[in-house]
Design a protein around this ligand. Structure first.
Ligand code: ATP
Ligand code: MG
Ligand code: FE
Length: 333
């Protein structure tokens, strides 16, 4: 099957063509990062307008790079939610127009299902598995017994991991998006500052990052009052270590609780080099198969949407042309 995927949930306009749910024929990603950087974060109205401006060109580019003509497509998959409503609407409207014009099934996809299925583009998923989803808006542990069946084992009670990275980075005066900046600085520093780890109740698979974020801010404010200087790299390393300690420990706690042999990493924070190294090391120690998406498939892209969309297509999970974007779409009904 040939599925064209469209992703516009945030600030990436992306269109991809994926063959049989596993082979990426094209994955065009137009990032708006430069546009939003001067505002220190994504401006929803600006994002929507950019998606509109770029969409037609990117659809044509994705088809051309895949060397596929429109008449050979089998389905159109699109991110229905969650995300910024105005941004999602552009993707959904474009997908509906294509599905209508080409008389093809329209397949709505949950953005986080997409992040998980990014791994499927490397090696087919094997079940049962536990997925650690760490992105700008989500931090969750998901259990999957089979394709498209998601059960939630735990989630963040406040900030998402990526959100904490971005907020702390912003406070440190680093450019948007802050996650990659903190990652880069961490490699040059030492985790010498004592910051809290939110373990929550014993055995809990939930997360909390707002306390950690506040502690970093207090540490900086206190130093400023006393006229002391705090090394950016050491602070970044200390913050990152506090986040990773909890993510790694709880991911393997979930693996043990469910008795699975596969751990899968998903979402934009999967790009974090410290997280990748620590998970790989721990997986090796514990004899667990770890799947991590390649860097270009960690953050938002349409190939992951087409991959998940292919399975939904095979199950006949189509939408009609009344499909609407849903910014709060739940992964689990
Ligand atoms: P969601 O997927 O929850 O809807 P999103 O789509 O905005 O949110 P993603 O694109 O999946 O999020 O990921 C973006 C997030 O990943 C940002 O918070 C960014 O800072 C973070 N991120 C990207 N690279 C790194 C890195 N190397 N280290 C830490 N965080 C990173
Ligand atoms: Mg983004
Ligand atoms: Fe995302």
């Amino acid at each position: 099957s040939l599925v064209l995927g469209i992703e516009t949930s945030c600030d990436e306009t992306s269109v991809a063509v994926v063959k049989n749910g596993t082979k990426v024929l094209s994955n065009v990603i137009s990032s708006q990062m430069d546009v939003h950087r001067r505002f220190g974060g994504v401006v929803p109205e600006v994002a929507s307008r950019r998606h509109v401006e770029r969409m037609t060109v990117i659809i044509e580019q994705a088809l051309a790079e895949a060397n596929v003509t429109k008449d050979r497509l089998d389905a159109i998959a699109v991110t229905q939610g969650p995300g910024l409503v105005g941004a999602l609407l552009i993707g959904v409207a474009s997908a509906k127009a294509l599905a209508y014009a080409l008389n093809l099934p329209l397949v709505p996809v949950h953005h986080i299902a997409g992040h998980i299925y990014a791994n499927h583009l490397v090696t087919p998923l094997e079940f049962p598995l536990v997925a650690l989803v760490v992105s700008g808006g989500h931090t969750e542990l998901i259990y999957m017994e089979s394709h498209l069946h998601f059960a939630r084992l735990g989630q963040t009670r406040d900030d998402a991991a990526g959100e904490a990275f971005d907020k702390v980075a912003r406070f440190m005066g680093l450019p948007y998006p802050g996650g990659p900046q903190i990652d880069r600085l961490s490699a040059q520093g030492k985790a010498i500052y004592d910051l809290p780890r939110a373990w929550l109740e014993p055995d809990s698979l939930d997360f909390s990052f707002s306390g950690l974020k506040s502690s970093v801010m207090q540490l900086m404010q206190k130093a400023e009052r006393k006229g002391e200087t705090i090394g950016q790299a050491d602070l970044a390393a200390s913050f990152q270590a506090a986040v990773l300690d909890v993510l790694v420990e709880k991911a393997f706690r979930a693996v043990k609780q469910k008795g699975v042999k596969q751990l899968l990493l998903a979402g934009g924070v999967s790009a974090n080099s410290g997280l990748r190294v620590r998970l790989m090391k721990r997986a090796e120690e514990e004899g667990i198969t770890l799947r991590i998406p390649p860097l270009e498939l960690c953050t938002d892209n349409a190939a992951m949407i087409a991959a998940a969309g292919t399975y939904l297509y095979h199950e006949g999970k189509f939408a009609d042309l009344t499909l609407n974007a849903n910014p709060g779409l739940p992964l689990i009904e």
